[in-house]
Design a protein around this ligand. Structure first.
Ligand code: SF4
Length: 100
């Protein structure tokens, strides 16, 4: 079932094509990789987590859309998992440096 607000349907300025904003994901080197290595248990500091992160980062290093992915992850911001060749901790450090 699709629920759409009447007010949203009558507000053309709110309607914009968002497919282009996500198109890059179809080119991601991770698209056929087990997502479990990219989305890890929050707060887990185990060796297993680091090994999974390293596997994910290795995939990212081959990715043709790494720049778009990192830009997205920092702008949303995505606070969990490996995105754009960076771990969540690495991205959070960058975001914290941008705070005034
Ligand atoms: S940079 Fe990494 S997480 Fe982002 S699309 Fe590429 S492989 Fe996937």
């Amino acid at each position: 079932m699709l629920l759409v607000s009447y007010s949203v349907l009558n507000t053309p300025s709110n309607i914009r094509p968002i497919a282009d904003e996500w198109e890059w994901q179809y080119q991601g080197a991770c698209k056929n990789v087990d997502p479990e290595i990219f989305f890890l248990e929050h707060g887990d500091r185990s060796v297993t987590k680091r090994k999974k992160e390293e596997k994910a980062l290795t995939v990212c290093r081959t990715c043709p859309v790494i720049q778009q992915c990192l830009k997205h992850a920092l702008s949303v911001p995505e606070l969990y998992g490996v995105w754009g060749g960076m771990t969540a901790d690495q991205r959070i450090r960058i975001l914290n440096k941008k705070q005034p």
